[in-house]
Design a protein around this ligand. Structure first.
Ligand code: R5P
Length: 302
């Protein structure tokens, strides 16, 4: 077994390798002056089962190209199999035609991943539970919900005065899963509306009961608007403490500053996406998915 990492999240790849008593294998990632990339596998991989770790958050397209080239390099060098660990799958939100004439970006990306010879995919908390069905190759869809459940218990939030909240109707299934891990903890959902052109988010109302403490759970935080609007609505309805949990810390634009300045008490995310130092803020807590991925790789390659 050999583990290769792209440049998108090397600390996570190191954690996975460490948990498997392996070291990261050598490759060269070179960028030409015009922005084109060259990738070279620098270890013998003939008849080896190989793993590539590369989430595809910002810079999305560059990370995808690097990933395609790494997988192609491995296949051409004789790798027996290539398992792609793509903790965050870029373009997954464009999973259907929202407005006439749009491309279904997710389907395009899946075609490329399959065409480049990947044998298996390991990913985390897809935007939609239907995404694994779109792949022709096997997909192991992991979730950060067990990690979140552990923290919620440790923090003493498993109480009558706490409610889980999905910030939109699409996320209810995820919150239900977390509720099941927490002895059937009560949950509610927010009616969210996003303007398809401007991307502006409105939290219109709450379906279900509110409580003194709310824990909002989502797949990702990008601009931060969804979480902040949901927290504001909950507080306007009498909630006193709001914690947020999201698997993928996309943190685009000034999301860290907005979250820090918001009424949210603390923000929990995972390391599926690399968070640069300048995007850290006081309220932020980062949980690692490294061990979970290592155990999954071991399970599927036994
Ligand atoms: C959308 O439905 C997703 O589940 C997230 O709620 C959304 O992508 C978060 O984006 P933002 O932080 O920009 O509101």
């Amino acid at each position: 077994m050999k583990i290769f990492s792209g440049s998108a999240n090397e600390p996570l790849a190191e954690k996975i390798a460490k948990n498997m008593n392996l070291t990261i294998s050598a490759r060269e990632l070179f960028v030409f002056p015009d922005g084109e990339r060259r990738v070279q596998i620098q270890e013998r991989v003939v008849d080896e089962d190989c793993v590539v770790v590369q989430p595809t958050a910002t810079p999305v397209d560059e990370n995808y190209m690097e990933l395609f080239f790494l997988c192609d390099g491995l296949k051409r060098s004789g790798a027996r199999s290539v398992t792609l660990v793509i903790p965050y799958l870029g373009y997954q939100r464009q999973d259907h035609v929202f407005r006439t004439g749009e491309a279904v970006s997710l389907e395009v990306v899946i075609k490329f991943l399959e065409e480049v010879g990947i044998d298996r995919v390991i990913a985390f908390d897809f935007h939609s539970v239907k995404i694994p069905e779109l792949f022709k190759i096997p997909v192991d869809h992991l979730s950060a919900m067990p990690l979140f459940a552990e923290v919620i218990k440790k923090r003493g939030f498993l109480t009558e005065d706490t409610v889980l909240v999905s910030p939109d109707m699409g996320g209810i299934r995820r919150v239900k899963i977390l509720s099941e891990l927490l002895d059937g903890m009560t949950y509610a959902a927010i009616e969210k509306e996003r303007d398809l052109i401007t991307g502006k988010v409105e939290a219109r109302g709450i379906e279900g009961k509110t409580a003194r403490r709310a824990i909002i759970v989502d797949d990702m935080i990008s601009s931060g608007s969804t979480m902040i609007k949901a927290a504001e609505l909950l507080i306007s309805k009498g909630t006193e403490e709001v914690y947020v949990f999201a698997t993928h810390a996309i943190f685009s634009a000034d999301a860290p500053e907005l979250l820090e300045a918001s009424k949210i008490a603390e923000v929990y995310v995972t390391d599926t996406v690399y968070i640069p130092k300048d995007k850290y803020f006081a309220k932020l807590n980062v949980l690692s998915v490294g061990e979970m991925i290592a155990r999954e790789i071991e399970k599927i390659t036994q």
